[in-house]
Design a protein around this ligand. Sequence first.
Ligand SMILES: Cc1ncc(COP(=O)(O)O)c(C=O)c1O
Length: 462
Amino acid sequence: MKPGYHEIYTRYRDNITRGVLKPGDKVPAIRVLAEELKVARKTVETAYAILTGEGYLVSQGARGTRVNPDLLLPAQNAPAEQATGTLPPSLISQRERAGFLRPGIPALDSFPYKKWLLLAGQATRAMRQDEMLNPPVLGWYPLREAIARYLNISRGLSCTAEQVLITSGYSGSLRLILDTLASRSDKVVFEDPGYFMGQQLLKRIVPRLHTVPVDRAGMDTDYLLRNHPDARFAIVTPSHQSPLAVTLSLPRKQQLLDWASQNEAWIVEDDYDGEFHYTRKVLPSLKSLDQHDRVIFMGTFSKTIMPSLRMGYVVMPASTVDAFTDCADILTSGQPILTQKILTAFLNEGHFFRHLKKMRSLYQTRRDWMIAALREVYGDLFFTEQNDGGMHIVAFLAKGSADREIARCWQEHQLQVNALSAWYRGSGKRYGLVMGYNNVRTYQEAVDLLERPKRQMLELLS
Ligand SMILES: Cc1ncc(COP(=O)(O)O)c(C=O)c1O
């Protein structure tokens, strides 16, 4: 049934008082809303007149009608947080709400936003009508070219743009890989401990999932050969293992590649933070050593640019491009063209390389601060192990196994660390906290953050 003026009035009033429509928001012109709701203009005009009379809306002549920018909403609209005696939401800073020390978040204070906005404006203005259709499922070709160039230079690959497929990130990439190449009876092996979100995803979609232990040289390939030589897929993080941050040793890389080529198995190389290696200039990827095209390489811009970008990529082995294309045609709808265009400009105009270079040295400094602050605040309670890179550290517990309780205690202080033991599936668990450090802006800030849960944690351990 068509709404009458009273119903239109009530809808607006309720949405404004509930905060769905906010002070200053524009409302549609009378003619537009009347057409949309299929009612007479007079009906909308009457509803708007009452809302204006009551002070919910203000008419600004040619600039249209808006929700009154000076409207003071009653306290009932504040979210529930206030009732619990915590600070009102407006007084909690953005950073506080996002949480500190969350692993894997790039330094958000150091991203070249101005440059990005400039490129975004240019890309938006240059949009053509034919680009408003569905985007190409494998990705916008100039971005595929730019990524191929970057990978060939920086990660030692030799791939073509035709092998690069643009995805929305980890789960998009992994699902597409398995949908394209795996059958339900295929055995898949994953690292133990291994990326928590990866485990959750794989447990849902892979019936025959097994794990292979990780030690200081990365995934134990002897174990793999002894126990799961028949696996069809091995999903690994060779550059900086997630979560232990160790690097897969060269002999093990070779062993893994030999196993894959002899058994026609696939290795999925998750190169999520391979860009951040602090000791040697470039860490060779597993894919760069792959003579038989058995490695499917996947990367992401979540660590190098920002997670909200939702852009990742897969490098498809040449023999699989047709199969991937068929599968992507059915299962995906491509990625937003505008974001791909902005990203292409960011890569092609050299900003990406400059940003990476800056972040490498910034992260090294921030990591040193974090390790030193950990020592200053907690002495010998935690220890760290030397590794060459990555975007997080593991603070191992020197004694005991209460990392889940400790992580919960830290989380109560807005420190979003993870308990290491929760990332293990089998025996041989180690205990500690997985923590990010990239957004810690000074040494003192690292000390202050670590001090927050100290008293409560010491009580817990006593
Ligand atoms: C091990 C691992 N792989 C991949 C990713 C990237 O995920 P996405 O591209 O979906 O942001 C992450 C992010 O935290 C990760 O930790």
